[in-house]
Write a protein that binds this ligand. Sequence first.
Ligand code: GTP
Length: 224
Amino acid sequence: MLEMESSLELTNSLAASSLPPPRSRIFKIIVIGDSGVGKTCLTYRFCAGRFPDKTEATIGVDFREKIIEIDGEKIKVQLWDTAGQERFRKSMVQHYYRNVHAVVFVYDVTNPTSFQNLPSWIEECRQHSLGSEVPRLLVGNKCDLQESVRVSTDQVQKFADSQSMPLFETSAKNPDDNDHVEAIFMTLAHKLKSQKPLMLSQPAGGENSVQLKPEQKLPGICWC
Ligand SMILES: Nc1nc2c(ncn2[C@@H]2O[C@H](COP(=O)(O)OP(=O)(O)OP(=O)(O)O)[C@@H](O)[C@H]2O)c(=O)[nH]1
C-alpha cells in the first residue's frame, strides 16, 4: 500500500513537472547611440542596480535583462546594449533590429557631437522599420559631470518634441539618480504593457539564455 501510494505520488509529481511552465512576456528594448555615451552603464545600472566597476567598448551587442512586475504581472525587460563603434556593429545590426518593441536613444550631455549624431541613429532605425510608431525615448546621460560643456536642454527638448520622444536627462553614475534610471525603463515598460497585442512566451524567471524558435516567429511578435 505504501509502495502504491509512493508510486502514485511519483506519477503525480511527474505529471506536474511536465505541465508547461507559467509564461511571461518579454519586452525587447534596444539602446542606441554613439560610442562612449554610457549605454552599457545605463543598462547595467537598471539591471544590476549599480554603476559597473569597469566597461569596455561593446562588440556587436550585449543583452541584459530584469524581471519587473506591473499590476501583478511579471514581465521580462530585455535590454539590448548595442555597440556605438561602427567597426563593432556591422555584423550584428540585422540581428538586433529584429522584433524590437521599443528604442532608447542615448547621447552624452557633455558631448555635443553625440547629440548632433542622433538623426543618423534615428535614420538607421527607420531603415530597419522602426519609425515613430514604435515607442522611443531620448536619454541625455552623464548629468553628474557638472563642470563640463553641456548640450543645452532647451535645444534637446526642441529636438525631442520634433521627434515626438520624451526626454530624460540622467546619470548612470550618480547614486542619487538610481530612481531616475529605473523610471526611464519603467516608463517604457508601462507604455509597452498598455499596448496590445504583445508577444512572447518563456518561463517566468527563466534562464538568461535566449531561445529562438524560428518556426514560431510572427511579424510584430517577439519569440526571442
Ligand atoms: N561621469 C559619468 N561617466 C559615465 C556615465 N555613464 C558612463 N560613463 C563612463 O563613460 C564611459 C563609456 O561608458 P559605456 O557605458 O561603456 O559607453 P557605451 O555607450 O556603452 O560605449 P560603446 O560600447 O563603445 O558603444 C565609461 O568610462 C563609463 O564609466 C555617467 O553617467 N557619468
